[in-house]
Design a protein around this ligand. Sequence first.
Ligand code: DAH
Length: 347
Amino acid sequence: MNDLDLLVQAAEADFAAATGAAALEDAKARYLGKAGRVTEQLKAMAALPHEQKKTRGAEINQAKARIESALQARREALAAAELEAQLRAEALDVTLPGRRRGNGGLHPVSRTIERIEAIFGSMGFDVADGPEIETDWMSFTALNNPENHPARSMQDTFYVELKDAEGRWLNLRPHTSPMQVRYARAHAAKYANLDPMPEIRVIAPGRVYRVDSDATHSPMFHQIEGLWLGENVSFKDLKVVFADFIGRFFETDDFDVRFRPSYFPFTEPSAEIDIRFGSGPLAGKWLEVAGSGQVHPNVVRNFGLDPEKNIGFAFGIGADRFAMLRYGIDDLRLMFDGDLRFLSQFN
Ligand code: DAH
């Protein structure tokens, strides 16, 4: 190995030792710069006898070319390593699922209420809503509840520490029945100069409140009130409408409807409505699904109407119960825990 081979070897080792572009440029200057070792060799040729100059010059140029190509190779290697490191640092896992905003959805009770509204709406029923904080008169008195009725007690009904114009505590309505009164009174006022007055057909869904809490009772739950009042609306009409509603809600013809005598202060006669499916998961059992009855003459008077001319019926259904029957839910509390794992199943 001659001195030039050693020089090339030294340059290659220096380049390899440079771990960044700046260090590599320093190393380059040590060989190829103005005072570099290759340049020194070229200058030293001046002292050589003429006949040696040609071969020595060619040898030095060859060595210089090898050093330049080693330099170029090292530059490329460093650039590649830098790119590699950058790619690694900015790595993207394209197989990760994207992060997106969750889809919202309707609560099963809301879906159920919408479904019931659509069915009754198609039968000509209006949909109304009203206040959840009610007066004593609307929740009880107008609905023919006697003064000492247990529903009025603190054990059964939530009261608000605010009094109405009559000096009675306001309540969180314990049922949607006050909506019969509110709607009928507004209707009577609106059509005061029409005789006969157009029929009242309305459902009123909404939240209701009672002092009650276990697997089948929640202090807040949902009812849907119904009222159909005209010149001569009968129990037969109620039965037809209700059976039609049940068939459409549960999407089956295979069921029976039964009216079981009952008592409510605001209806006379009163009945519980039971249904029994002939097939499906609920087959064979009578299920109580609504309270109903012919609207009591005192209540019709409180509507501001003549009970001789305005005959009809009312009903109240539990919206949560309908949701549970439709979706096969067995614990009412699941409805109001707000657990998305449960709720997202309905959308
Ligand atoms: N308001 C009653 C309750 O909360 C339900 C009810 C029964 C409503 C009979 C009615 C009815 O309209 O006619 O238990």
